[in-house]
Design a protein around this ligand. Structure first.
Ligand code: SF4
Length: 101
């Protein structure tokens, strides 16, 4: 499940630098999340990093993009091919994930 930004977004920009995958950008009217880059922070954090900083609770799980933890950790590995620590954690099945918190 990717995360998406609701129309309540006030364009504060707080979420953009928090994303480990640079999935968040300024859209035409509000900030947007690229679902192809969103990993729900699996592998990096045990919560949605954008959700944690959004002052108006606009970063929400997208019911239109439901994905398993397995798919998301594999996406994280593809997005960060040089991150040896992430790879080690994934191989040990010991990585941060909101599915496990
Ligand atoms: Fe919009 Fe929330 Fe991101 Fe601020 S943190 S830009 S209000 S989605």
């Amino acid at each position: 499940m990717a995360t998406y930004i609701t129309e309540d977004c006030i364009n504060c920009g707080a979420c953009e630098p928090e994303c480990p995958n640079e999935a968040i950008s300024e859209g035409d009217e509000i900030y947007v999340i690229d679902p192809n880059l969103c990993t729900e922070c699996v592998g990096h954090f045990d919560q949605f990093a954008c959700q944690a900083v959004c002052p108006v609770e606009s970063c929400l799980p997208d019911p239109q993009h439901v994905e398993s933890e397995d798919i998301l950790i594999n996406r994280a590995l593809k997005l960060h091919p040089d991150d040896d620590e992430l790879r080690r954690k994934a191989e040990a099945n010991d990585y941060p994930s909101h599915f496990r918190s």
